[in-house]
Design a protein. Sequence first.
Length: 137
Amino acid sequence: MIYSVDVRVTAPVNDTEVTDRVADAVHDLFPEADVESRPGELVGTCHGMERFSERLHEQAILDTARGQFFAGRDGDTFEFRLKKQAAFRGVVNFAVGTESELGDIHVRVRVAEPSVEEYVDHVAPPTEEGTPVDSDR
């Protein structure tokens, strides 16, 4: 299956933070991202979430990820937030509720092909008792 997706990752950079360190945190989760620095933020774009998907599998948080993806769905896109402090350690930790003091990493995924549901199934397959149902993984 060929996937056509556009991923946009935005991370605030506070005066107390080192821009390169924030860029490293983004690259830890989205190594394919082309990241550029803008005043007060970093913006990364890529066309896949393979490493992010691997992290979800390693951390065994597929069901949590699916819930976040579908909760943030709007048409052919889905959005979610990640805790920046966890990303500094290469860990996926979804941000819910009030934004953290350092700001959260915002991720917006637009899916052109196939459907949002099929792409979510690829990144975070459904599970049974914590084990992915998709035998291709």
